[in-house]
Design a protein around this ligand. Structure first.
Ligand SMILES: *Cc1c(COP(=O)(O)O)cnc(C)c1O
Length: 359
């Protein structure tokens, strides 16, 4: 990725809200002095309670160095948010003028894209994924692409809740024709690493990739979301973010995990095996109409009567996600520990057939 854009690709800096283009960001104590010192009297910290008494590194240099090496990301192209949710919000605030600009969404998909748009008073254009395969419907999308108020488009791959990856050629076509930034949310990509757009050597400068440590890395509680993008986009996000958006304990804890990637890899292998087992077992059940193919750590499962199943399971203490308003008939089931997955299948087998229910 270079900083010069191909002729028809938008310059990310031209897409910025004027207020953000003009913004002079807060300069923290750690911005103003970055060398090594021994006596730090510049940030009004309490000198006791080491190590949490000190403000964290505002740019998470060590953590980024580890991630950049692990994922082969060039310098200046990685941003870390307080979860992907912060990255999503910052993208809206950097690029979408409230009450004026629009975002393009492809339902059924992750709910935060809409919530964050609503919070930021950004109107939403929805073009549903194709019903037959949950892929982008480029024919339906194209007529809208001349709209210059479309600043962002969120593509989720593997998609939550459908579980499939979106076709890479379609995403690149969209990026080529879209007037704003195309954000590809790869929250589940560690379960299908060969499908990551990060592997492309040439990415259009308006293509933004989000990943997270919340899923395959098992660190949802730390709140660490990654954004990999053109340096101009990374600079904009850095300008906008709260100065100390990632705590020092979180940075240290994440580093420890990232330095043992073989543990994550073996957990991912185990979860993929469990997904296969769970899909096979679910398919054997009469009450299951379909188990959708998944490239993530969850299965979208269609039932004849999803709400009955949902409440029956909840009564047994097994909580799944009702997604039937997004995809008719469907519950979303995360792949858990082997014994949890067995408990789910056991419970489903116990569920009475309708005929035997006493009314
Ligand atoms: C779980 C998930 C995330 C992760 O969000 P964090 O804020 O990083 O925990 C992002 N996108 C999608 C589609 C998800 O399902």
């Amino acid at each position: 990725m270079t900083e010069s854009s191909p002729p028809n690709s938008p310059d990310p800096d031209d897409l910025l809200r004027p207020a953000i283009r003009k913004l002079k960001p807060y300069a923290s104590a750690r911005d103003e002095f970055q060398g090594t010192g021994e006596v730090f009297l510049d940030a009004n910290e309490n000198p006791y309670q080491s190590p949490a008494n000190r403000y964290p590194d505002p740019y998470q240099s060590e953590l980024k160095a580890e991630l950049r090496q692990l994922k082969t990301i060039p310098e200046g192209q990685l941003f870390i948010g307080h979860g992907s949710d912060e990255v999503i919000d910052l993208l809206y605030r950097a690029y979408c003028e409230p009450g004026q600009d629009k975002v393009l969404l492809f339902p059924p998909t992750y709910g935060m894209y809409r919530v964050s748009a609503d919070i930021n008073a950004v109107s939403i254009l929805q073009i549903p994924l194709r019903q037959d395969n949950f892929q982008l419907d480029l024919e339906a999308i194209r007529p809208h692409l001349h709209d210059r108020t479309l600043k962002l488009a969120f593509v989720c791959s593997p998609n939550n809740p459908t579980g499939n990856c979106l076709d890479q050629a379609d995403i690149l076509t969209l990026a080529r024709e879209f007037p704003g930034l195309v954000i590809v949310d790869e929250a589940y990509i560690d379960f299908a690493p060969e499908k990551s757009l990060l592997r492309l050597t040439e990415r259009p400068p308006n293509l933004v990739i989000m990943q997270t440590l919340s899923k395959a890395w098992g660190l949802a509680g730390l709140r660490l979301g990654l954004c990999i993008a053109d340096p101009r986009i990374i600079r904009a996000l850095n300008k906008l973010k709260p100065p100390y958006n990632i705590g020092s304990l979180e940075q240290a804890h994440a580093l420890q995990h990232l330095r043992q990637p073989e543990i994550q890899a073996s957990q991912v292998r185990g979860l993929l095996e469990q997904r296969k087992w769970l899909a096979a077992e679910l398919s054997k059940l009469d009450k299951v109409e379909a188990v959708l193919p998944s490239e993530a750590n969850f299965l979208l499962v269609r039932f004849e009567r999803p709400l009955e199943v949902y409440h029956f399971l909840a009564g047994k203490g097994i909580i799944v996600r009702d997604r039937s308003r997004l995809v008719p008939g469907c519950l979303r089931i995360s792949v858990g520990l082997p014994e949890e997955n067995q408990a789910l299948i056991y419970a489903l087998n116990q569920m009475p057939h309708e005929e035997s229910v006493v009314h």
